[in-house]
Design a protein around this ligand. Sequence first.
Ligand code: 5GP
Ligand code: ZN
Length: 114
Amino acid sequence: MASKLVADCIFCRIIKGEIPSVKLLETATTFSFLDIGPLSEGHALVIPKYHAEKMHQLPDEFLADAMPVAKKIAAALGAENYNILQNNGKLAHQEVGHVHFHVIPKPNEQDGLT
Ligand code: 5GP
Ligand code: ZN
């Protein structure tokens, strides 16, 4: 599966190391890193090494590889409660035009956060 990256995309540039990120896990087809504006501690993003704006434009192999990675990251974060979120298009709150999966841990109630 050949990667496809473009020059004018923030997430492609993160994959290439041109923009710094806190990397969590890299595989042949995915790159995972901490979200710069976390909704909770450990908020991570899993992105395919293939530039597609929306999920229906992403080849199946890249989509299939992203899910086990999201699972690994959720497990590594030790979160008992978490959301996997994936937005497509401006009206659906997509801000960055490169497919990405959010892994958003929900803090435990005893931490005093909701
Ligand atoms: P969206 O709204 O498109 O689903 O989410 C895009 C996410 O990417 C946001 O949560 C935002 O904080 C994150 N983000 C945008 N630019 C950068 C960046 O340059 N570095 C990192 N680590 N995250 C980013
Ligand atoms: Zn891209």
